[in-house]
Design a protein around this ligand. Sequence first.
Ligand code: TMP
Length: 205
Amino acid sequence: MLVTIEGIDGSGKSTLHKALGPYLADLDPVITCEPGSTWIGEAVRRAIREHSDPIAEALLFVADHAAHLREVIKPALGEDRLVISDRYIDSRLVYQQVTLDGFIPDPLSWLRAVHHGWTILPDLTILLAVPVSVALERTGKRKKGEHFEQEPVLIKVHENYMQLVEEDKTRFLILDGTLPPEHILKVAGETIRFRYDELKKKKKK
Ligand code: TMP
Protein backbone atom coordinates (compact mmCIF):
# COMPACT_ATOMS: atom_id res chain seq x y z
CA MET A 1 0.00 0.00 0.00
CA LEU A 2 1.32 3.41 -0.92
CA VAL A 3 0.74 6.25 1.57
CA THR A 4 1.95 9.78 0.91
CA ILE A 5 2.29 12.70 3.30
CA GLU A 6 1.70 16.16 1.86
CA GLY A 7 1.47 19.74 3.07
CA ILE A 8 3.00 23.17 2.62
CA ASP A 9 6.47 23.87 4.02
CA GLY A 10 6.06 24.26 7.78
CA SER A 11 2.95 22.07 8.00
CA GLY A 12 4.66 19.51 10.25
CA LYS A 13 4.71 16.94 7.45
CA SER A 14 8.32 15.84 7.91
CA THR A 15 7.91 15.55 11.71
CA LEU A 16 4.92 13.25 11.17
CA HIS A 17 6.75 11.26 8.50
CA LYS A 18 9.76 10.70 10.80
CA ALA A 19 7.53 9.58 13.68
CA LEU A 20 5.48 7.15 11.56
CA GLY A 21 8.41 4.74 11.07
CA PRO A 22 8.80 3.93 14.78
CA TYR A 23 5.02 4.15 15.40
CA LEU A 24 4.26 1.54 12.73
CA ALA A 25 7.47 -0.47 13.23
CA ASP A 26 5.51 -3.73 13.62
CA LEU A 27 4.33 -3.31 9.99
CA ASP A 28 7.94 -2.86 8.80
CA PRO A 29 7.13 0.11 6.53
CA VAL A 30 9.42 1.42 3.79
CA ILE A 31 10.03 5.06 4.74
CA THR A 32 11.00 7.19 1.78
CA CYS A 33 10.74 10.71 0.38
CA GLU A 34 10.78 13.04 -2.64
CA PRO A 35 13.00 14.66 -3.57
CA GLY A 36 16.09 12.81 -2.52
CA SER A 37 15.64 9.07 -2.45
CA THR A 38 17.99 8.60 -5.43
CA TRP A 39 21.09 10.41 -6.74
CA ILE A 40 18.81 12.54 -8.95
CA GLY A 41 17.46 13.98 -5.71
CA GLU A 42 20.86 15.60 -5.20
CA ALA A 43 20.50 17.37 -8.55
CA VAL A 44 17.03 18.53 -7.50
CA ARG A 45 18.35 19.94 -4.23
CA ARG A 46 20.99 21.83 -6.21
CA ALA A 47 18.37 23.18 -8.62
CA ILE A 48 16.29 24.37 -5.65
CA ARG A 49 19.33 26.03 -4.03
CA GLU A 50 20.39 27.78 -7.21
CA HIS A 51 16.82 28.70 -8.14
CA SER A 52 17.43 27.66 -11.75
CA ASP A 53 15.03 27.60 -14.70
CA PRO A 54 11.50 26.58 -13.56
CA ILE A 55 11.00 24.11 -16.42
CA ALA A 56 14.37 22.45 -15.79
CA GLU A 57 13.57 22.34 -12.08
CA ALA A 58 10.14 20.76 -12.71
CA LEU A 59 11.64 18.13 -15.00
CA LEU A 60 14.29 17.29 -12.40
CA PHE A 61 11.54 16.71 -9.82
CA VAL A 62 9.83 14.41 -12.36
CA ALA A 63 13.11 12.59 -13.09
CA ASP A 64 13.60 12.04 -9.36
CA HIS A 65 10.06 10.66 -9.17
CA ALA A 66 10.71 8.20 -12.04
CA ALA A 67 13.86 6.88 -10.36
CA HIS A 68 12.10 6.76 -6.97
CA LEU A 69 9.29 4.68 -8.46
CA ARG A 70 11.61 2.27 -10.19
CA GLU A 71 14.23 1.85 -7.47
CA VAL A 72 12.20 2.09 -4.26
CA ILE A 73 8.42 2.14 -4.62
CA LYS A 74 7.66 -0.50 -7.25
CA PRO A 75 9.97 -3.16 -5.75
CA ALA A 76 8.44 -2.56 -2.28
CA LEU A 77 4.84 -2.65 -3.56
CA GLY A 78 5.74 -5.79 -5.51
CA GLU A 79 6.45 -7.43 -2.13
CA ASP A 80 3.15 -6.07 -0.71
CA ARG A 81 5.04 -3.78 1.68
CA LEU A 82 3.66 -0.63 3.23
CA VAL A 83 5.38 2.39 1.67
CA ILE A 84 5.18 5.84 3.27
CA SER A 85 6.57 8.72 1.22
CA ASP A 86 7.19 12.26 2.45
CA ARG A 87 5.93 14.15 -0.65
CA TYR A 88 5.02 12.55 -3.97
CA ILE A 89 3.14 13.47 -7.17
CA ASP A 90 0.79 15.99 -5.48
CA SER A 91 3.76 18.14 -4.50
CA ARG A 92 4.53 18.61 -8.18
CA LEU A 93 0.91 19.35 -9.05
CA VAL A 94 0.66 22.05 -6.39
CA TYR A 95 4.16 23.61 -6.28
CA GLN A 96 5.13 23.45 -9.96
CA GLN A 97 1.69 24.74 -10.88
CA VAL A 98 2.87 27.92 -9.18
CA THR A 99 6.50 28.00 -10.33
CA LEU A 100 5.55 27.23 -13.97
CA ASP A 101 2.88 29.91 -14.10
CA GLY A 102 3.84 32.26 -16.93
CA PHE A 103 6.32 29.80 -18.44
CA ILE A 104 3.85 27.18 -19.71
CA PRO A 105 0.26 27.93 -20.82
CA ASP A 106 -1.55 25.41 -18.59
CA PRO A 107 0.89 24.09 -15.95
CA LEU A 108 -1.53 21.68 -14.24
CA SER A 109 -2.44 19.90 -17.51
CA TRP A 110 1.23 19.80 -18.52
CA LEU A 111 2.22 18.31 -15.15
CA ARG A 112 -0.53 15.71 -15.33
CA ALA A 113 0.44 14.81 -18.91
CA VAL A 114 4.11 14.40 -18.02
CA HIS A 115 3.20 11.82 -15.33
CA HIS A 116 0.52 10.08 -17.36
CA GLY A 117 0.84 6.38 -18.10
CA TRP A 118 3.76 5.50 -15.82
CA THR A 119 3.21 6.84 -12.32
CA ILE A 120 1.26 5.08 -9.55
CA LEU A 121 -1.38 6.98 -7.59
CA PRO A 122 -1.21 6.68 -3.79
CA ASP A 123 -3.84 4.58 -1.96
CA LEU A 124 -3.98 7.21 0.77
CA THR A 125 -2.67 10.76 1.02
CA ILE A 126 -2.46 12.46 4.40
CA LEU A 127 -2.56 16.21 3.95
CA LEU A 128 -1.47 18.34 6.89
CA ALA A 129 -3.32 21.62 6.68
CA VAL A 130 -2.11 24.71 8.54
CA PRO A 131 -2.75 28.43 8.07
CA VAL A 132 0.06 29.94 5.97
CA SER A 133 0.85 32.35 8.85
CA VAL A 134 1.62 29.38 11.14
CA ALA A 135 3.72 27.69 8.43
CA LEU A 136 5.73 30.88 7.88
CA GLU A 137 6.33 31.27 11.59
CA ARG A 138 7.71 27.71 11.68
CA THR A 139 9.85 27.96 8.51
CA GLY A 140 11.11 31.39 9.63
CA LYS A 141 12.54 29.66 12.68
CA ARG A 142 14.31 27.16 10.41
CA LYS A 143 15.70 30.06 8.32
CA LYS A 144 16.06 27.86 5.23
CA GLY A 145 14.44 30.45 3.00
CA GLU A 146 14.00 28.37 -0.16
CA HIS A 147 12.05 30.16 -2.88
CA PHE A 148 9.14 27.75 -2.30
CA GLU A 149 8.81 29.08 1.23
CA GLN A 150 7.78 32.62 0.30
CA GLU A 151 4.32 33.71 1.46
CA PRO A 152 2.65 34.28 -1.98
CA VAL A 153 3.89 30.86 -3.15
CA LEU A 154 2.63 29.08 -0.04
CA ILE A 155 -0.79 30.76 -0.25
CA LYS A 156 -1.23 29.49 -3.83
CA VAL A 157 0.20 26.06 -2.98
CA HIS A 158 -2.32 25.74 -0.14
CA GLU A 159 -5.18 26.65 -2.50
CA ASN A 160 -3.90 24.13 -5.04
CA TYR A 161 -3.88 21.35 -2.43
CA MET A 162 -7.49 22.18 -1.58
CA GLN A 163 -8.39 22.01 -5.27
CA LEU A 164 -6.85 18.52 -5.52
CA VAL A 165 -8.89 17.42 -2.49
CA GLU A 166 -12.06 18.73 -4.17
CA GLU A 167 -11.29 16.59 -7.20
CA ASP A 168 -10.52 13.38 -5.26
CA LYS A 169 -12.16 13.32 -1.83
CA THR A 170 -11.66 9.60 -1.20
CA ARG A 171 -7.87 9.54 -1.46
CA PHE A 172 -7.16 12.41 0.96
CA LEU A 173 -7.25 12.50 4.74
CA ILE A 174 -6.89 16.11 5.86
CA LEU A 175 -5.48 16.63 9.34
CA ASP A 176 -5.20 19.86 11.31
CA GLY A 177 -1.45 20.50 11.41
CA THR A 178 -1.78 22.85 14.40
CA LEU A 179 -2.79 19.97 16.69
CA PRO A 180 -0.11 18.50 19.01
CA PRO A 181 2.26 16.25 17.00
CA GLU A 182 1.47 13.17 19.14
CA HIS A 183 -2.23 13.59 18.36
CA ILE A 184 -1.59 13.88 14.62
CA LEU A 185 0.68 10.83 14.79
CA LYS A 186 -2.01 8.73 16.46
CA VAL A 187 -4.76 9.60 13.97
CA ALA A 188 -2.47 9.23 10.94
CA GLY A 189 -0.84 6.05 12.25
CA GLU A 190 -4.07 4.31 13.17
CA THR A 191 -5.71 5.27 9.86
CA ILE A 192 -2.77 3.78 7.95
CA ARG A 193 -2.86 0.63 10.09
CA PHE A 194 -6.61 0.20 9.53
CA ARG A 195 -6.39 0.73 5.76
CA TYR A 196 -3.38 -1.59 5.44
CA ASP A 197 -5.16 -4.37 7.39
CA GLU A 198 -8.29 -3.93 5.24
CA LEU A 199 -6.24 -4.18 2.06
CA LYS A 200 -4.49 -7.32 3.25
CA LYS A 201 -7.85 -8.91 4.16
CA LYS A 202 -9.22 -8.08 0.70
CA LYS A 203 -6.18 -9.64 -0.98
CA LYS A 204 -6.59 -12.87 1.02
CA LYS A 205 -10.20 -13.31 -0.16
P1 TMP B 1 10.95 19.22 1.57
O1 TMP B 1 11.20 20.49 2.36
O2 TMP B 1 9.67 18.55 1.90
O3 TMP B 1 12.14 18.30 1.58
O4 TMP B 1 10.80 19.66 0.03
C1 TMP B 1 11.71 20.54 -0.55
C2 TMP B 1 10.98 21.59 -1.34
O5 TMP B 1 10.72 21.09 -2.64
C3 TMP B 1 9.64 22.03 -0.76
O6 TMP B 1 9.64 23.44 -0.68
C4 TMP B 1 8.64 21.58 -1.76
C5 TMP B 1 9.41 21.44 -3.03
N1 TMP B 1 8.93 20.41 -3.96
C6 TMP B 1 8.42 20.82 -5.18
O7 TMP B 1 8.35 22.01 -5.47
N2 TMP B 1 8.00 19.87 -6.06
C7 TMP B 1 8.06 18.53 -5.81
O8 TMP B 1 7.67 17.71 -6.65
C8 TMP B 1 8.61 18.12 -4.54
C9 TMP B 1 8.71 16.65 -4.23
C10 TMP B 1 9.03 19.10 -3.65
